[in-house]
Ligand binder design. Structure first.
Ligand SMILES: [Zn+2]
Length: 464
């Protein structure tokens, strides 16, 4: 999948690994058992902005995701969540915690900044006991308390200007436009894909929460191990695409348990309420996932051919024409144009573009440098590759003209959200607002049906 592009235009791409102050402070191990102290990392956002961004995303998630709509299960998750939150170190912040059940059998859960937690039925079904489910939830609420989502968005903005808006750093805070962009659920790529370091922190904090709530503190790591063992690398559960397994996960958790004073006796494992909730979700109707390229979420049907009648879109710095049977997604710096069935959402809400064109802007360090176009294009592609490990350049950048401006044309391949490989044709140009990029995407096998349309769209681009 083409993460950055899946998120409609690049805000999904993750920041290059930078050595920003790690919040993980490992206490020197000494004879005195002492818990690891964790603190939220560097952040451009305020706690209130975490809540605002999270709430906006949560409202969209509730509209876009199939919810369990079971008051019984929601009440159970809420009661369990609140019990765990009572033992969570929120570093002085108060969050409006919400817990929702998603009717999706994929084993996953996610927490938006500000405390909006979504647990898939698949995670409840896969848990052997309440302690394991509590482990997943303790891990998720730890991401909220350690503010990992907006910490990542801050780092992404600092290193790549991936939000396309300068000034966040200069102004010493977050601009309204940046907030607005992150408020789109498609921004999930930035908010919900954690680094391994963030995962270790969430594991440690989650273990502390389990311990303090009286649950078996090994349950979280055991659940993750079980998931890994059951899938043996093939089709790993979705959980691991957002929460990559840190090295020595179980060892690190065991170390923390030792620091906490060892395994508690009579640690709670299960409850009748958990068993009742599990039975309840197992009886829910199964909702088929909307597959990109699928009309109405059924079997995979290809989008209708692109119309030759064109509509016009006027952005701040350019205009373009696109087939009038395609839809526009997003705004200004965060755009995609795609046919019906060309864009889907995976269960964690990452917009997945299978057919269509996405357009974005990325900050350029020095637009007047002689090799600015090459350097900025390389930076864009490096960023994309980082979040798309299977992405490959198949035709190196060549110079072209776009609306009579110097531009670069690069071809890449990547995994397609509809299976198989996709072709991604990227055209980049340096403009006063930054590096403007157009990414034309279609499955490889069908690319020739779209080549002409992509050409017409690019030919129609008019810079101001
Ligand atoms: Zn995680």
């Amino acid at each position: 999948m083409f993460d950055a592009i899946r998120s409609y235009a690049g805000i999904g791409s993750r920041a290059a690994g930078i050595g920003a102050a790690a919040a993980l402070l490992l206490c020197a191990s000494n004879a005195q058992a002492q818990r690891t102290e964790l603190r939220p990392g560097w952040n451009l956002f305020s706690v209130q902005q975490d809540i605002a961004v999270g709430k906006q995303n949560a409202l969209q998630a509730e509209k876009q995701l199939p919810l369990c709509n079971s008051p019984k299960v929601d009440a159970y998750l809420t009661q369990l969540g609140i019990k765990l939150v009572a033992h969570l170190n929120t570093h002085g912040a108060t969050y409006p915690w919400e817990f929702h059940c998603v009717n999706d059998r994929a084993i996953n859960a996610f927490a938006l900044p500000g405390g909006y937690v979504f647990v898939n039925r698949g995670a409840i079904e896969a848990a052997d006991n309440e302690a394991q489910l509590a482990g997943v939830m303790a891990h998720e609420i730890s991401h909220v308390a350690l503010r990992h989502g907006t910490n990542q968005a801050s780092k992404a903005q600092a290193t790549q200007g991936v939000l396309g808006i300068a000034g966040g750093l200069l102004g010493g805070g977050v601009s309204g436009a940046m907030l607005e962009q992150l408020g789109s659920f498609a921004a999930g790529g930035v908010l919900l894909r954690y680094s391994r370091n963030a995962e270790t922190q969430a594991d440690i904090s989650g273990t502390q929460v389990l311990y303090d709530s009286g649950y078996d503190p090994r349950a979280m790591a055991q659940f993750f191990e079980k998931l890994e063992a059951e899938t043996k690398g093939k089709n790993p559960p979705e959980f691991f695409s957002d929460h990559p397994s840190p090295d020595h996960r179980v060892d690190r958790v065991d170390q923390e348990i030792t620091k906490l004073g060892g395994l508690p006796t009579n640690a709670r494992k299960d409850s009748p309420e958990f068993e009742a909730a599990k039975r309840e979700v197992m009886n829910l109707p199964i909702v088929k996932k909307a597959t990109p390229g699928a009309a109405g979420g059924g079997g995979i049907t290809k989008p209708a051919p692109p119309s030759s009648n064109m509509s016009t879109y006027q952005a701040a710095g350019y205009s373009l024409k696109y087939p009038d049977n395609w839809k526009r997604y997003g705004e200004q710096d965060n755009l995609a144009f795609a046919p019906d069935g060309g864009v889907g959402n995976d269960s964690s809400g990452h917009g997945a573009l299978a057919y269509g064109i996405s357009v974005g802007t990325q900050k350029v360090q020095d637009a007047n440098a002689p090799d600015a176009l090459n350097a900025a294009t390389q930076q864009l592609i490096d960023g994309l590759k980082q979040s798309n490990p299977n992405m490959k350049v198949v035709r190196q950048a060549v110079r072209v003209r776009l609306n009579n401006q110097p531009a670069l044309s690069t071809y890449l391949t990547n995994d397609s959200p509809v299976g198989g490989q996709e072709t991604d044709w990227i055209i980049t140009a340096v403009r006063p607002e930054g590096l403007v990029y157009f990414v034309c995407t279609a499955p490889q096998a069908e690319y020739s049906n779209y080549d002409k349309t992509f050409g017409s769209i690019l030919d129609s681009v008019r810079f101001k």
